[in-house]
Design a protein around this ligand. Structure first.
Ligand SMILES: Cc1cc2nc3c(=O)[nH]c(=O)nc-3n(C[C@H](O)[C@H](O)[C@H](O)COP(=O)(O)OP(=O)(O)OC[C@H]3O[C@@H](n4cnc5c(N)ncnc54)[C@H](O)[C@@H]3O)c2cc1C
Length: 474
């Protein structure tokens, strides 16, 4: 459908727009190409124009003008989402929020900032101002924005201690603009923040976020090798369970992930070794070394963050960065997302490792939620066909490890695996014409849509279903 972009630009003389086709194409994309299925499906997706508001008032004016002209709007932070979340399926405007970078306050225990602030800048500011740091961040810390993480992400580095974004107490408040003739400003607090967390910007444009902070820690990056995958997974689980040992990351990578895709780390690990990557607080390091001796673990890399030795920060080998490193070496690799529920996380990971061998390379991320340690799987898959991908997912599901499809753009078919009634009701209130990021919330656009019932969700958080995600029952 053709959108009246000329009238839009004329109506908003104070707002900067990008119309150059190459730049428009670039800003219409994210890391959707992680998935061979999304790569084929979304390659032609393009906005008509990119709007770059510099203030919240300009965001509101842009939304009002788009509403009047019935032009769809897709919010964007840094565009590092890897499910096409920030891609404008119906064209229209990509609303680039990266100029909204003001930090409102940093206090003991919390911070509030505009949504376009880079997570790394917020972390640096929190350390400098109050000796604090973010409880969790995606492995894209250095690029991603606060609003993009809250609206498009789920958890990451820090989730081994603090759970996910949707866990009560991590995201404290969000300031949201509605998509109406006269956009309203809403302040969501408490459980109301769930209305925008991981909603892909379909329920409102977030202009400010308030998050909880933790005391800043001097982290030491470490990598530990094992000759046996089961031993690596058991060590990862034991480390994640050590409540008195401060850690921000526990990642297990089966051979040959380090050797084939992580270069220096692979060389240090040596042929055939499986790695556990971790971030340990300096004051916990001695206790960690004692644990290494007890588990006969081989330390292959340890460094304080300020030492340069050719390696990236260890978190940039973990979470979705593992997949990125693999894709840089081999474009036929893809991945899926799964939960290895407690108490059988290690058992199911070891069984699936043995079953799939080299076709599915195990990548585990330990997380803690509701007092229980479990792990997510982000295994690398040697892609052959879409049918085989579905078969692999079915085998995972049958093994008690629900999969969360990363090869889809919709909320319901991906990590959520359900209609979120709270977000659906909120969207009807904030975006009655369905102009915000159209095509991402099936329940809104397809009134007869009925997802398969399932009670396990990635980082479901304060929705009353928390037990199901750790036990795997519905
Ligand atoms: C290498 C790599 C590693 C990653 N690791 C992780 C990880 O560890 N954990 C994790 O959760 N994710 C991870 N991701 C996914 C992604 O990087 C994060 O979710 C990131 O926080 C997204 O931030 P962004 O600013 O790039 O958001 P974008 O990609 O720009 O946007 C994400 C979604 O939020 C919406 N949005 C953005 N800003 C706003 C706003 N202000 N208001 C309303 N809606 C908005 C967009 O429309 C889109 O739907 C990874 C991705 C890659 C490529």
């Amino acid at each position: 459908m053709a959108h009246d972009i000329e009238s839009l630009i004329a109506a908003l003389p104070e707002v900067s727009f990008v119309t150059d086709p190459a730049r428009v194409k670039n800003k219409s994309r994210d890391f959707y190409w992680y998935s061979p299925i999304l790569r084929d499906a979304l390659d032609d997706v393009r906005a008509d124009v990119i709007a770059l508001p510099a203030t919240e008032a300009q965001v509101a004016a842009t939304l009002a003008a788009c509403h009047a002209l019935r032009i769809p709007v897709t919010p964007r932070g840094a565009g590092t989402g890897n499910y096409g979340q920030a891609m404008p399926l119906a064209g229209g405007v990509v609303l680039d929020l990266s100029a909204l970078t003001e930090i409102r306050f940093i206090r003991w225990g919390s911070a509030r900032a505009q949504s376009g602030v880079r997570l790394l800048d917020l972390d640096d500011a929190a350390r400098a101002a109050a000796g604090q740091e973010q409880r969790m961040h995606p492995s894209t810390l250095r690029n991603a924005t606060l609003g993009g993480f809250v609206c498009g992400g789920s958890g990451g580095v820090g989730s081994v201690t603090w759970g996910g974004l949707r866990d009560r107490g991590n995201v404290l408040a969000a300031r949201v603009l509605t998509m109406e003739a006269e956009p309203r400003i809403l302040e969501l607090r408490g459980d109301d923040v769930q209305k925008v967390i991981h909603a892909y910007g379909t329920t409102g444009v977030v202009t400010e976020v308030e998050i909880a902070l933790a005391p800043a820690v001097e982290w030491i990056d470490a990598a530990v090798a094992f000759e046996d995958f089961a031993a690596a997974a058991a060590f990862g689980h034991a480390l994640a369970c050590q409540d008195a040992l401060l850690k921000k990351l526990v990642t297990v990578l089966a051979a040959p992930i380090p050797q084939s895709f992580l270069r220096l780390l692979g060389e240090r690990a040596g042929a055939g070794s499986h790695l556990v990557l971790t971030m340990i607080a300096r004051e916990s390091y001695e206790a960690f070394e004692a644990m290494l001796r007890a588990y006969r673990a081989r330390l292959v890399h340890a460094r304080a963050p300020d030492l340069i030795d050719g390696l990236l920060p260890i978190y940039e080998y973990a979470w979705n960065h593992t997949t990125l490193h693999a894709l840089k070496v081999d474009r036929t690799i893809t991945y899926h997302q799964t939960l290895h529920p407690a108490p059988d996380s290690v058992r199911t990971a070891v069984e699936l490792h043995a079953r799939f061998g080299d076709e599915v390379l195990q990548h585990l991320e330990f997380v803690r939620f509701d007092g229980t340690v479990a792990c997510f799987g982000l295994p690398l898959i040697r892609f052959t066909t879409a049918e085989r991908l579905r078969e692999i997912e079915a085998i995972y599901d049958a093994s008690g490890c629900p999969t969360f499809n990363p090869h889809t753009v919709t909320l319901e078919d991906g990590g959520m695996k359900r209609i979120d009634p709270v977000q659906l009701a909120f969207k009807r209130e904030t975006d009655p014409l369905g102009l915000l990021n159209p095509g991402k919330m099936r329940a809104f656009h397809e009134p007869d849509y009925a997802p398969a019932a399932r009670g396990v969700h990635l980082f479901a958080g304060g929705s009353g279903e928390s037990t199901s995600r750790s036990t795997g029952t519905s």
